[in-house]
Write a protein that binds this ligand. Structure first.
Ligand code: NAG
Ligand code: NAG
Ligand code: NAG
Ligand code: NAG
Ligand code: NAG
Ligand code: NAG
Length: 354
């Protein structure tokens, strides 16, 4: 009983409130109506108002950014359009914020991201820039993406863009970045200066050009224990310089696909998982000792040779004498032989005479 009565009590102010709100909404509509038509689906796009999704595929010759994105958009998907440059505030509508949470821009031939390109997208959670041809990324490209959690840059970066990426990722405000995917970009090391600027949990570096992961990057990873790293399809060079990476791989369990981290070089170890190498395979002391011992052997042999030559040189007088002695001995021998020959020949000559 009590409950119903209190509900009745409440119902009066509630209805007044909702009436007021209705008026307000109507007023707002009237105010904003002449400015722009928020509801309209952009001409080259298809819209699903229920899910807040706007999808713009290339048709009817529209190849650029759509002019006005509806304000109710939560997911915007552009694909196969010839965007080439993302200018400052590319997704703001007359400078107003959009409540968008997902922006997918894969396969659009984007090669330049200008400063503040994503201005006004402070609620964006996911940004997909995969499969573009990025050449230039401004160091202020990602400014304002305060809630960004996932950034996909698979198969998108040229060498220049990869070099600029660390600057762009140093932007203040990417503190919520949780997942960074950088597959297929021919990267040779982690293209970020620091890892403690983010809340990174997943770093995908599959199918890049990593031959090793240097000590600096390994130390950074040890310090950020929560980060999970994916490294399959990289051409690891399994010599002793891999030592630190080898122990990190075996020790830290931060690499999620360790069994697919395979040696490409040297020939003898091709196809072997790095974690299956023996400790002595990555032991530089071992390898250095071997090298040192060869050098040492070489030096000893050279010394012996030099000593031999010296002995020869210092004894040159004695050797001369010795040679003379031999020559004399030979001559004596020859003379004896000659004499004997002459003696032997005499009777024969006599015989012939007879
Ligand atoms: C893309 O746009 C550029 C200029 O912005 C143009 O030169 C190029 O031909 C366009 N490519 C396609 C496939 O439309
Ligand atoms: C929005 O932009 C259009 C031109 O693009 C302009 O005519 C209009 O005045 C702008 N409205 C506001 C509120 O800035
Ligand atoms: C690359 O990006 C896409 C998003 O476009 C994602 O679904 C995929 O898992 C990423 N990773 C790889 C290795 O392709
Ligand atoms: C790896 O990347 C190259 C281009 O960088 C691509 O051609 C190849 O298909 C990729 N491999 C896999 C398994 O995704
Ligand atoms: C990774 O290594 C590269 C090259 O040594 C270096 O420039 C970069 O700052 C390192 N990043 C981290 C997070 O250690
Ligand atoms: C971890 O790596 C260090 C070398 O950095 C090594 O001495 C230690 O034995 C390793 N621990 C395990 C459990 O493999």
């Amino acid at each position: 009983m009590r409950i119903t009565r209190s509900a009745e009590h409440l119902s009066v102010p509630l209805s007044v409130w909702s009436l007021l709100r209705l008026h307000c909404v109507a007023l707002l509509c009237l105010m904003s109506l002449p400015v722009r038509t928020d509801d309209a689906c952009p001409s080259s796009c298809s819209c699903a108002r229920d899910s807040g999704t706007v999808t713009c595929l290339p048709d009817g010759g529209h190849t650029d950014l759509p002019a006005d994105v509806p304000t109710w958009t939560s997911t915007l998907i552009l694909k196969g359009r010839n965007i080439s440059t993302l200018p400052q505030g590319a997704f703001t509508v007359n400078g107003t914020e959009l409540g968008m949470t997902t922006l997918s821009l894969s396969y659009n031939g984007i090669h330049t991201i200008e400063p503040y390109a994503f201005l006004g997208l402070s609620r964006l959670h996911l940004l997909d820039l995969s499969h573009n041809h990025l050449e230039t990324i401004s160091s202020r490209a990602f400014h304002g993406l305060l809630e960004l959690r996932s950034l996909f840059l698979n198969y998108s970066l040229s060498a220049d863009a990869a070099a600029q990426l660390s600057g762009a990722l140093s932007a203040p405000g990417l503190r919520n970045l949780h997942r960074l995917e950088l597959a297929g970009n021919q990267l040779k090391f982690i293209p970020m200066e620091r890892l403690d600027l983010y809340n990174l949990h997943a770093l995908v570096l599959i199918n890049n050009s990593m031959e090793n992961i240097g000590s600096e990057n390994i130390s950074s990873l040890y310090q950020q224990r929560r980060i999970r790293v994916y490294l399959a399809l990289n051409p690891f060079r399994c010599n002793c310089e891999l030592e630190m990476f080898y122990y990190w791989l075996k020790n830290s369990s931060q690499c999620q696909d360790a069994e697919r981290v395979i040696c490409r070089e040297p020939e003898a170890r091709r196809g072997i998982p790095v974690e299956k190498l023996r400790e002595e395979d990555v032991d530089c002391m071992n390898e250095n000792l071997e090298a040192v011992s060869y050098v040492f052997l070489g030096i000893v042999l050279a010394l012996i040779g030099v000593v031999f030559l010296m002995v020869l040189y210092l004894n040159r007088g004695g050797i001369k004498r010795w040679l003379n002695n031999i020559r004399e001995a030979c001559r004596d021998q020859m003379e004896v032989y000659h004499y004997r020959y002459e003696q032997d020949s005499d009777p024969r000559l006599a015989n012939v005479a007879v």
